[in-house]
Design a protein around this ligand. Structure first.
Ligand code: FMN
Length: 350
């Protein structure tokens, strides 16, 4: 019989004194590192490794109205620097979720970001109504990047009107102080156009990005590796795509809060998203290999910011959009007749 290794719970590190608070649509979070939907269930499993209330928030697996068993097996395939999953929206349904998961998060003192998913605008409306007034609910993440039954398997987030219809319905029935974030798909031609449609429909912020649609063929069986044939690609392989999406949305909608994600493994990965314009980040696939990753990323991000001279997290958000500051080296020969320096040194504005 194999022995069970009990790992000590990771304690919060006493990192650099830096203000890590972030505000998302008027709600203050103690720090900008969250879990990613579908990668940490509702936080209970992670809580044996560290206190999940230390995170900015716990984003729960997308919940649907009824219990659901998900898609056919096999549901995971390895890919270079990433993974492909076709779990589907497996879950206990909203009533069991409210009783067991959301109440546990509330008791734990964690800030819950509840992800909801449906096949129709009506599904989303009912889900949002069930969440209204629930203790512990900090934010609603609307997963519009899942297949839309009303439109014969299309994805809401691939169409601006369909995205807007879902977001408007959820915003209408959600309590005013609870931000509604729309989770976008990168599988579109113009992600900024979808982002704008969501914001115009009432989204308070955007979660960027969901997985990319991918496929693996098993060269031994010579058939698709996943039971569901196609699946969602996640992990470090998608990080440059995700950073590009955050950048484009920040440029198009500079005042809209962004929760950025896609392949974050370290604090420096997280910093890339922040510099591109993310006000907070979610850590997803990495958690499967290192359950302490979200807390580690938080420590590493704080250190990376301190190393770069920041005193407040917020000062780094979107910094990469600002032009670099040109520092002219001092003339070592102020009265002489040396030719002036021709190559200015480039530094970043801190
Ligand atoms: C196994 C698995 C399940 C996921 N389930 C959901 C989900 O239920 N809802 C959702 O919005 N995103 C889901 N995602 C997407 C992640 O939340 C995240 O957007 C994506 O994986 C990119 O981040 P990462 O590369 O850090 O994992 C899932 C991802 C994985 C790997």
């Amino acid at each position: 019989m194999s022995e069970l290794t009990v790992r000590p719970r990771r304690a919060p590190s006493r990192g650099p004194a830096i203000d890590m608070t972030t505000r998302l649509a008027g709600v203050e979070f103690p720090n900008p590192v969250f879990t990613a939907s579908g990668c940490a269930a509702a936080g209970q499993e992670l809580d044996q490794f560290f206190d999940v209330s230390l995170l900015g928030g716990v984003v729960t697996k997308s919940i649907m109205l009824a219990p659901r068993s998900g898609r056919a097996t096999p549901r995971m395939a390895e890919t270079p620097s990433g993974m492909l999953n076709s779990i589907g929206l497996q879950g206990p349904g909203i009533e069991a979720f409210l009783d067991k998961d959301l109440s546990w998060l509330a008791e734990r003192g964690a800030r819950a970001v509840v992800s909801i998913a449906g096949g129709s605008v009506e599904d989303y409306t009912k889900l949002a109504q069930r969440l209204r007034g629930r203790p512990g609910l900090s934010m609603v993440e609307v997963n519009i990047s899942c297949p839309n039954v009303e439109d014969r398997g299309q994805v809401f987030a691939c169409d601006p009107d369909a995205s807007a219809a879902v977001v408007a319905a959820v915003r209408r029935v959600t309590a005013p102080g609870v931000p509604v974030f729309a989770k976008l798909s990168p599988d579109v031609t113009d992600i900024a156009a979808i982002a704008r449609a969501c914001v115009d429909a009432g989204a308070d912020g955007l979660s960027v990005i969901n997985t990319l649609l991918g496929m693996v063929i098993d060269t031994t069986t010579m058939r698709p590796a996943l039971g569901g044939i196609t699946g969602g690609l996640s992990g470090p392989a998608i990080r440059p795509v995700a950073v590009r999406c955050v950048w484009q949305i920040r440029q198009a909608l500079p005042d809209t809060p962004i929760l950025g994600m896609g392949g974050i493994r370290t604090g420096l990965d997280a910093l890339e998203f922040v510099l591109a314009g993310a006000d907070a980040v979610s850590v997803g696939t990495t958690v499967f290999g290192d359950p302490t990753a979200p807390l580690r990323v938080l420590d590493e991000l704080a250190r990376a910011l301190a190393d770069r001279g920041f005193e407040r997290f917020g000062d780094a958000v979107g910094l990469a959009h600002k032009p670099p500051v040109v520092h002219l080296p001092q003339d070592p020969d102020p009265v002489g007749d040396d030719p002036p320096p021709t190559k200015p040194a480039l530094g970043s504005e801190l």
